[in-house]
Design a protein around this ligand. Structure first.
Ligand code: PMP
Length: 432
């Protein structure tokens, strides 16, 4: 009889109770995913006892790695005082004050439970404020699983449509047609085409969503000219410019928006601001955030959530962000720049067509000699995807390094030169 690993045994059972054996496709792995046992700092150990260096950090959520002692201590003490109340809590206030001080465009904030929920609240707030139905988003960008945010994720180039008017293709089968009708797709960083597309629907657009460093579009930062052009367009046309900073908040102390001369009306947050616990938030201009305010006689957007701003998440998140101060952000970004520099040396040494994009403490590798500028350039066909999966498998099984499945890395503050060297040397052997 064949000898199964412990993870394989669990996965066989899991397939009988969880659809596909998992609750998130992100952890799905062929032939089976390994089951985690413990994690600490930059290391994660599975139930087979294999220790891996973690460059995924729960999809960019763990800015201080696993089980960061100050977070563990703070959460344990909060656990004893209760986990969620049908009352307000002081920690929610403290954390809100911290975030509002941190970012110039934040005047009011509301906490929710995931990035998906944050983007949904941001879209609904934009609609409530403007009284308009349509939203605009970048072709191929990921913003979570709200119906409207999910449009244009199709990996099939035959669905893209003309670049002057990219198709509004729903992701999930059976999505109501009204969803794609109300989502306008623009090509990222392409000022001329984007403005022409927006102009055609000018009177109906509630908001233009920009992820300042969209991961799935190619992790190429939005250029200054593009962001300013969109900002000016929204001022002229009574729409909002909103940023999805669920991933990119780590890029600068005040989020990736610090890089621009203009500020978004609203911002969605998630991932690192939860300190390892489920979180989301929408923050922005007071005048717009008023749509949530129950004092208003004519309340435009009733909003609640059983676990929103629960004291466990607030405690963990507030602790995480206090430790991710200006000095920590600078240090982490410098370590990341060093890692990218070392990987570029490997690329040069091996003379291979690989390029790197990213910002702050995140980067993505592309199997092409020059970095992609657009979503369509960043698109990887089946052949390229297969190669990337082979590289990822090599890194995972042979080098014991966990990366994000787009061939990306999200660093944490507890990483040192040792882990960077391990990554670089691993990549050298993988590429070879
Ligand atoms: N927006 C962006 C830019 C994201 O990267 C993600 C998650 N990867 C989301 C929204 C959704 O966040 P969540 O998975 O917490 O729902």
């Amino acid at each position: 009889s064949q000898k199964l690993s412990n993870s394989e045994k669990l996965y066989r059972q899991a397939q009988k109770v969880l659809s596909g054996g998992v609750s998130r496709n992100t952890v799905f792995r062929q032939p089976y995913p390994n089951y985690a046992n413990t994690a600490s700092g930059c290391y994660i150990t599975d139930i087979e006892g294999t220790v891996r260096t973690d460059f995924a950090n729960n999809m960019a959520a763990l800015i201080h790695g696993h089980s960061f002692p100050p977070i563990v201590d703070a959460v344990i003490s909060q656990l004893k005082k209760g986990t969620a109340y049908t009352l307000a809590s002081e920690i929610e206030l403290s954390f809100a004050k911290h975030l509002i001080k941190r970012v110039q465009s934040f005047e009011r904030i509301r906490f929710v439970n995931s990035g998906t929920e944050a983007v949904m609240a941001m879209i609904k707030a934009s609609r409530a404020y403007t009284g308009r139905a349509k939203i605009a988003k970048a072709e191929g960008s990921y913003h979570g699983t709200y119906d409207f945010a999910e449009v244009s994720q199709t990996a099939n180039p035959s669905n893209w449509g003309n670049i002057d008017n990219p198709s509004s293709v729903p992701l999930a089968h059976g999505t109501p047609p009204c969803v794609s009708n109300d989502v306008v797709i623009y090509p990222y960083n392409d000022v001329e085409r984007t403005l022409a597309i927006l102009d055609k629907q000018a009177a109906d657009i509630a908001c233009v969503i920009i992820d300042p460093v969209p991961h799935r579009v190619g992790m190429v930062p939005g250029n200054q000219e593009f962001v300013e052009a969109v900002y000016n367009w929204t001022r002229e046309n009574g729409a909002l410019m909103v940023f999805d900073e669920v991933i990119t908040f780590r890029v600068k102390y005040g989020g990736a928006q610090e890089n621009y001369k203009v500020s978004p009306d609203l911002t969605s947050l998630g991932k690192i601001i939860g300190g390892g616990f489920p979180v989301g938030a929408v923050a922005g201009r007071e005048e717009v955030m008023k749509v949530f305010d129950p004092h208003e006689k004519n309340l435009l957007l009733p909003h609640s959530g059983t676990f929103s701003a629960n004291p466990i998440t607030m405690t963990a998140g507030y602790t995480a962000m206090q430790y991710f101060d200006k000095k920590a952000v600078t240090k982490l970004n410098r370590i990341t720049d060093g890692a990218i520099g070392q990987i570029r040396e490997v690329i040069k040494l091996l003379d291979i067509p690989v390029s790197i994009t990213g910002a702050g403490s995140m980067f993505r590798m592309h199997l092409r000699p020059t970095p992609p500028n657009t979503y369509r350039e960043a698109y990887e066909n089946q052949e390229v995807k297969k190669l990337i999966n082979e590289l990822l498998d090599y890194m995972y099984y042979k080098e014991n390094i966990l990366m994000i499945n787009t061939f990306s890395c999200m660093l944490s503050t507890v990483m040192t030169q040792k882990e960077i060297d391990q990554l670089t040397e691993g990549l050298y052997r993988a590429f070879k």
